[in-house]
Design a protein around this ligand. Structure first.
Ligand code: NDP
Ligand code: MG
Length: 390
């Protein structure tokens, strides 16, 4: 029986890498749903090539275009948030969650509710609603497998180990585009400079988040949620080569490091084939040629996002949802030219200050509705804070 797979965010960087792996072995898979947003040509071409049951765009206004592109193919076209959630509820064995941003949460929950194995690239789901995600997986007998490279690395290092023996988890960070810039120049960093990652080829938003370390800040929270480990046991280490993805420190002093090329098809392939390991089309590292691995301590002055992540974890509740929404809004501000690079962290900090003073908001129960409410409020506050700066 072929495995039924769905890919949410199929037209993006992770989605395309997932399709690359599936395409190499078409007999093994039956594609249920592929989703995208604005890139209708790519969505339709992949849905045709993979003979998907349904293709969904998040953008309702683009439904006629998607329908036209799929005419005669036998693939159903659908659009909108409701259609995304319905597609996620279609029975599938393995679902890739690779929508960008908080928009990935509801489809991810719907996929867990139907008992699928959820390969989770969308770290925002865990940052906004980690407890809800894990609880939904538990009650529906579903499984979440990490796809973020650091979390996949930790997950692999933990195979056969007892969490009680884990003293610390060390997430590595490349340091992004500005790791060597003088601090005083950071405020002048342009969009073009922030979009140029030294090691990884990723979507634009996560590339900028790597330069600001908001990506790592989100990953620290993701680690706390996914592995249920105390925040004090999570460390960040700057490692410019991006070849060690994470390390796990055990109580006997051993550090297990996961080393691999900076190619997301490794982590995606691991989640696709788990619990087996299978041959993957990624580079084999020549360590003698690489010569040495470099490490540095992270610098809070350069990357205030890391300090903010600690504050978010200390606050708990729905603070993660506020943090993510503020970060997404600040990033929009930087991309549109309304904010300077260094002002993104200021806007996020200001938003967290405002919302944590409204105690009931962050302390409310973790339901999808409350997460959406906090997300909405945080975006409003962050937009106002952005306007104050322009
Ligand atoms: P991209 O921006 O490349 O792709 C995002 C995908 O989401 C596209 O399919 C896009 O559609 C779709 N999309 C955009 N907005 C919406 C929306 N409002 N509703 C539904 N779908 C939408 O992102 P990446 O592939 O880089 O990242 C995807 C996720 O994986 C993120 O959570 C990211 O943090 C995580 N991740 C990514 C890594 C990477 O190497 N890229 C590494 C580790 C984690 P369209 O393009 O058609 O508009
Ligand atoms: Mg990562």
């Amino acid at each position: 029986m072929p495995r039924r797979v769905s890919i949410f965010g199929a037209t993006g960087s992770i989605g395309q890498n997932t399709i690359d792996l599936i395409r190499r072995d078409p007999e093994r898979y039956r594609v249920v749903a592929l989703t995208g947003a604005r890139n209708i040509a790519q969505l339709a071409a992949d849905a045709r090539a993979l003979n998907a049951e349904i293709a969904v765009t998040a953008e309702e206004r683009l439904l006629p275009e998607l329908r036209a592109a799929l005419a005669g193919s036998g693939v159903t076209a659908a659009a909108g948030q409701g259609a995304l959630e319905e597609a996620a509820a279609r029975p599938a064995d393995w679902v890739m969650s690779a929508i960008i941003g908080a928009a990935g949460l509801a489809p991810g929950i719907a996929a867990l509710r139907q008992g699928a194995t959820l390969a989770l690239a969308n770290k925002e789901s865990l940052v906004c609603a980690g407890a809800l995600m894990l609880e939904t997986a538990r009650t529906h007998g579903a499984r979440i497998l990490p796809v973020d490279s650091e979390h996949s690395a930790v997950f692999q290092a933990l195979q056969g180990e007892d969490m009680a023996a884990v003293e610390r988890i060390i997430l590595t960070a490349s340091g992004g585009a500005f790791r060597d810039w003088p601090l005083e120049r950071l405020a002048e960093a342009t969009l073009e400079q922030a979009t140029d990652h030294p090691n990884w080829d990723m979507g634009q938003r996560i590339t900028i988040d790597s330069a600001s370390m908001f990506n790592k800040a989100m990953e620290v929270i993701e680690t706390r949620e996914f592995f249920s480990i105390d925040p004090e046991r999570i460390e960040v280490l700057v490692h410019p080569q991006s070849m060690i993805h994470a390390l796990v420190g055990f109580n006997d002093g051993a550090l297990m490091a996961h080393v691999g090329p900076p190619d997301m098809r490794h982590a995606i392939g691991y989640a696709l084939h788990h619990p087996q390991r299978e041959k993957l089309p990624v580079e084999r590292l020549d360590l003698a040629r690489i010569g040495c691995f470099e490490f540095r301590a992270p610098d809070d002055a350069r990357w205030p996002a890391l300090r903010l992540a600690r504050e978010v974890m200390a606050e708990g509740g729905l603070c993660g949802a506020a943090f993510n929404a503020a970060k997404e809004t600040a990033l929009d501000g930087f991309i549109s030219g309304a904010l300077r690079f260094t002002e993104m962290a200021e806007v996020v900090e200001r938003t967290l200050d405002v919302l944590s003073r409204q105690g009931g908001v962050i302390g409310a129960a973790m339901t999808l509705d409350n997460v959406a409410h906090v997300d909405h409020l945080a975006r409003q506050v962050a937009r106002a804070a952005t306007q104050e700066r322009t």
